[in-house]
Design a protein around this ligand. Structure first.
Ligand code: SF4
Length: 111
């Protein structure tokens, strides 16, 4: 098993990022990380785990639509939205980092 270590952004439900670079076989690693890092149980049902071909950390200017299309069909989208609301990077529950940043700002202004 080959594990590529990259900058840990966050603990993602798909298990292919959040410290592990894309492109490798992370199926065994993902299970170990679930245990070691206390990954929430709902992440086991995350549809993004089945879509490593999708960019879950889009570059500046890259569309989030492919990721959002997967999220629309995901059974744990609600849990993901709550968990990922404060995340600074990546697509969570179909939202981009910018969309979540704006939502947080709007929430602060409203309170
Ligand atoms: S809503 Fe999207 S990012 Fe969240 S767990 Fe489901 S597929 Fe993954």
């Amino acid at each position: 098993m080959v594990v590529e270590w990259t900058t840990p952004y966050s603990l993602r439900p798909d298990g292919t990022t959040g410290g592990l670079g894309p492109g490798g076989d992370h199926s065994d690693v993902s299970e170990v990380l679930d245990i070691l890092l206390g990954r929430p149980a709902w992440m086991a049902d995350a549809l993004c785990r089945e879509h490593p071909e999708v960019s879950w950390f889009p570059e500046e200017g890259e569309s989030v639509k492919p990721a959002a299309a997967v999220c629309e069909r995901c059974a744990v989208r609600e849990e993901c939205a709550a968990y990922g609301a404060g995340e600074q990077y990546g697509v969570w529950a179909g939202t981009s980092a910018r969309e979540r940043r704006r939502a947080r700002s709007a929430g602060r202004r409203a309170s």
